[in-house]
Design a protein around this ligand. Structure first.
Ligand code: SF4
Length: 211
């Protein structure tokens, strides 16, 4: 699959969904963004937003999270999958941010991924949303499914998918690519049932059943 096709996909997705998409995780500042993204793996955005509504009323700063009583913190997160592990990571990570980065969210992907519970997907979303930095491409389930159906990639492994997508899209578009493929996956290219008949890519997609 060549760059020309990738550019065409990007153009069509932008025509349909716009070029200014952002995460649907609700947040009012970078601390809330960081916490919401950290809690997001294995959960949908609605679940996270429901949880953070009360969480953000109780805890405001990384100091608050790092000094939180673990049992209380868990009780705020218990609507999420793996909430016990996430509570532990959240408390520990907040402590690491205070200790090593003066309470600030680093702009470096290698520093971010050194934090407890922060993988490349989480780091990429934070960098792109908080600072507009494109260090990589966040690969979630939607990106995984849509990029394979478009034959942009074959692998199911997020790290390989990310490297491949970084090769075929311009660096300036990396954040946008992730958000647009996520939107495509939410809208028509759903993992369980694709709806090609109403998809903006149905004339060019190799997996389309609506040509
Ligand atoms: S045409 Fe079908 S398979 Fe291709 S991206 Fe659209 S919904 Fe997915």
């Amino acid at each position: 699959m060549d760059r020309k096709f990738a550019d065409l996909v990007l153009d069509k997705l932008q025509e349909r969904y716009g070029s200014n998409l952002h995460t649907q995780l609700r947040h009012r500042n970078n601390t809330e963004l960081f916490v919401a993204v950290l809690l997001s793996p294995q959960c949908n955005d609605n679940q996270v937003n429901k949880t953070t509504e009360s969480l953000f009323r109780k805890y405001k700063t990384f100091y608050d999270y790092s000094h939180a009583d673990l049992k209380t913190l868990r009780s705020y997160l218990n609507g999420l999958n793996y909430y016990k592990t996430k509570a532990k990571y959240l408390k520990e990570t907040a402590g690491q941010i205070l200790k090593y980065y003066d309470g600030k969210i680093s702009k470096s992907i290698s520093e971010l991924t050194r934090l407890q519970g922060v993988g490349r997907k989480v780091a990429n979303v934070i960098l792109n949303e908080a600072y507009g930095i494109n260090e990589g491409i966040a690969v979630d389930t939607h990106v995984n499914v849509t990029a394979r159906r478009l034959w942009l990639i074959r692998s199911k492994k997020p790290e390989i998918i990310e490297q491949r997508l970084m090769k075929i899209f311009d660096k300036k578009d990396w954040g946008k690519v992730s958000n647009l493929l996520i939107e495509l996956g939410r809208d028509t290219c759903k993992a369980r049932k694709k709806e090609c008949y109403r998809c903006v890519l149905n004339k060019i997609c190799p997996s389309s059943n609506a040509k």
